[in-house]
Ligand binder design. Structure first.
Ligand code: SAH
Length: 391
């Protein structure tokens, strides 16, 4: 196994447990490596750092898989996945969960979503891609699944010199499945849905709207397949309207409403939420609850300012649509917008909208997406409910 030695002066990050090693942190690679190889990493003084996979084509040269001198192979991956499942079970997950959340589960660049008997996999780096067959085998051994599907149609793979692709990793199966969440049923389109087909990260947050939607007129924007809105109807909203720009998402959302026999209360329409929020505010429309769950606004540091402008705009408009004493439910999944910046942005929006806000709850992603302190990119979802009052 090729040995890699770090620079004398490295950031404390690596010693403190962060699994990424950048090109400029390495003093020398003692031998030949093929992209994706497992290498053994040492500090400058010869002490072991651990083992991980290397890709000279990537900015992140090495991602550590272990801090021990242990074999990286089929057994290693099977044990890690078992560990990840045991953790989720301990937290109360039984059917659906993010089974593996990459770095947060010690398996860098690997995502596995479990939808009951079906699994959706993303291998986002070359080093983990090489172990795909072992990972699939491990899932088969542990879960005897009805099907495994790969949703590697994501641009980040290109940074690793990988192609974008999707398809079956087991015998083909019908890719539109039904899952249950909080007593409700949802279609999940594993093949053509967004990301892995369903946003598991909002599971707990969907529950958090339970009390504030009772008897309310609710507007949801950026609804995708309508999970929040259908929850609102289920929890006793008087009327719910959901807006998404994607015709496909709207069709799925209406199907989901019917699946739960809530089609008389909750409706979805394909429109641009930015226009709707602005125009309906001008027209003086009012709702008791407005819910916003936009997609990530930027993936690059250069555009953080634009992302903040976007959040301010929709939250300001959203607040203006809320009846005195109603509630705003606002999410942000942009990794680069920190929790502090997000909350500041909401505060600015409230000021400009001339509203007084009171925090009802502030949460993050559900616990099957563990947050590792010191690994900022594991803490990406911000979820806020505020009461909105006229000033
Ligand atoms: N709330 C959803 C996830 C939303 S994902 C859930 O819990 O499952 C973000 C959604 O915003 C996507 O479905 C995307 O189609 C939609 N979207 C993106 N830009 C939009 C716009 N300008 N207007 C309305 N919807 C938009």
């Amino acid at each position: 196994m090729t040995k890699v030695y770090l620079n004398k002066r490295i950031t404390p990050r690596i010693a403190q447990g962060h699994p990424w090693i950048y090109n400029n942190e390495v003093d020398r690679v003692a031998g030949q490596v093929e992209p994706g190889d497992i290498v053994e990493v040492y500090y400058f003084d010869g002490k072991l750092v651990g083992r991980g996979y290397i890709n000279p084509e990537s900015q992140i040269l090495i991602r550590l898989l272990t801090r021990k001198r242990e074999d990286i192979g089929a057994v290693f991956f099977q044990d890690k996945i078992k560990e990840a499942w045991a953790y989720r079970q301990k937290l109360g997950y039984t059917e659906n969960c993010r089974l593996v959340f990459g770095e947060a589960d010690g398996l860098p660049a690997l995502i596995i979503d479990k939808f009951n008997d079906y699994f959706v996999l993303q291998t986002l780096s070359l080093g983990i891609e090489k172990w795909k067959a072992s990972i699939v085998e491990a899932l088969q051994n542990i879960f005897s699944p009805k099907g495994i599907y790969e949703r590697n149609d994501v641009p980040v793979r290109e940074l690793e010199g990988l192609t974008q692709q999707k398809g079956f990793l087991t015998d083909p199966f019908a890719t539109e499945i039904i899952i249950k969440e909080n007593e409700l049923k949802f279609y999940v389109d594993i093949e053509n849905g967004q990301k892995t087909g369903y946003f598991l990260d909002q599971q707990d947050n969907r529950k958090a709207i339970q009390n504030i939607v009772k008897g309310a007129d609710v507007l949801g924007a950026f609804t995708y397949t309508g999970t929040f809105e259908i929850h609102a109807a289920h929890y006793g909203a008087k009327s719910v309207l959901g807006i998404d720009i994607s015709e496909n998402a709207v069709a799925q959302a209406n199907k989901n409403a019917a699946l739960n026999n809530l089609q008389d209360i909750v409706k979805f329409e394909a429109m641009n939420a930015f226009d709707v929020l602005k125009n309906w505010g001008r027209e003086g429309r009012k709702y008791d609850v407005v819910m916003l769950d936009p997609p990530a606004f930027t993936k690059s540091r250069a555009n953080i300012g634009k992302a903040v402008t976007g959040y301010k705009e929709i939250n300001l408009r959203g607040m203006q649509l809320i009846r005195n004493g109603g509630f705003l439910v606002s999410s942000s999944c942009t990794n680069l917008v920190s929790p502090e910046l997000f909350l500041e942005t909401i505060e600015m929006a409230a000021r400009d909208a001339k509203k007084r806000i009171r925090q009802v709850t502030y949460q993050s992603q559900s616990s099957d997406h563990p947050i590792i302190w010191g690994m900022e990119n594991t803490h990406y979802l911000k979820f806020l409910i505020v009461e909105v009052c006229d000033r």
